[in-house]
Design a protein around this ligand. Structure first.
Ligand code: NDP
Length: 274
């Protein structure tokens, strides 16, 4: 069963299920994304900092799928806040595509840069028509508040760390209240969620895998998800999410696993430049 789509605040539709490519090497990414497209994924998430945009673009172009049937996201490098337009050009060259579907500011870097200026540059990129939607990633509510107060474009999405150990309900609610759709990164907590006894129990109750249970929890919360796997059997498993349901009680047991702790960096202090 294919992924449903979600309509973003500018009318662009995004498949709710995406495919993550962080830590997929430049050497293997074309093959991996080709397998993901064969497995039915129609949304691929890459970034300048992943160093694999060329292979992602090659796989999309070689797939034989009409361009409008594959949603491609990339993200502005931490090192390119002062030079977003030129960096976007490099992304488009690497991907070999005429138009990108979604371009995100990867990190706000509040101690290093003026992300409001960066967002104005993103608005200029959007005005060229070469990207269908612009958004942010790892923006805290106070960062979003500044964009809303000081610029003209509401981000279409905020891609943030979300999984059962870090459910992020306050940030999600704030984003949704402003019409900003939430995308959940590291939705499987990079595999650490699989040992959880509650997830194991619900998987047994439903006769589904632990990964499917966690991804289905994300889907029922309404977030976009982008699990990563280089393993074809897992790609297929992670895409089979739309023919079963968690009960409200099962949803609640997973949400109650929240520990309030991140596995990734804290956006308020993260100041890494590649
Ligand atoms: P995930 O939470 O998707 O977990 C990936 C890990 O889980 C891999 O080790 C994978 O193994 C394993 N795995 C996947 N499916 C299964 C399965 N069915 N059974 C058992 N193990 C499984 O981690 P990511 O951190 O990669 O997050 C997903 C995507 O989110 C990234 O690829 C990236 O696109 C995005 N992201 C964005 C960030 C941002 O700052 N905006 C930050 C981090 C991620 P294997 O591959 O070996 O099969």
């Amino acid at each position: 069963m294919p992924s449903p789509s979600i309509t973003l605040n500018n009318g662009v539709e995004i498949p709710q299920l995406g495919f993550g490519t962080w830590q997929v090497s430049a050497a293997e990414v074309e093959g991996v994304v080709s397998q993901a497209l064969e497995a039915g994924y129609r949304h691929v998430d890459t970034a300048q900092m992943y160093g694999n945009e060329a292979g992602v673009g090659a796989a999309v172009r070689a797939s034989g799928l009409p361009r409008e049937e594959v949603f491609v996201t990339s993200k502005l490098s931490n090192s390119a806040h002062g030079d977003a337009m030129a960096a976007f050009d490099r992304t488009m060259d690497a991907l070999g595509l005429e138009q990108l579907d979604l371009f995100l500011v990867h990190w706000p870097l509040p101690t290093l840069v003026d992300y409001v200026q960066t967002w104005r540059a993103m608005e200029e990129i959007a005005a060229t028509g070469r990207v269908r939607a612009i958004g942010v990633s790892n923006f805290q509510p106070e960062h979003i508040a500044r964009l809303l107060a000081e610029t003209d474009t509401v981000p279409a999405v905020n891609q943030i760390e979300v999984h059962p150990y870090f459910v992020q309900d306050a940030v999600r609610a704030d984003n949704l209240a402003h019409g900003i759709h939430v995308e959940a990164w590291s939705p499987l907590a990079q595999g650490t969620i699989f040992a959880d006894p509650v997830v194991a129990a619900i998987a047994a109750e439903l006769g589904r895998s632990r990964s499917q249970v966690v991804l289905r929890w994300h889907v029922q919360r309404g977030d976009v998800v982008m699990p990563k796997s280089v393993t074809p059997s897992r790609m297929a498993e992670n895409a089979a999410l739309f023919d079963f349901e968690l009960s409200p009680e099962q949803m609640g047991r997973i949400t109650a696993l929240d520990r309030g702790t991140r596995i990734g960096p804290d956006p308020d202090s993260f100041a890494w430049l590649p």
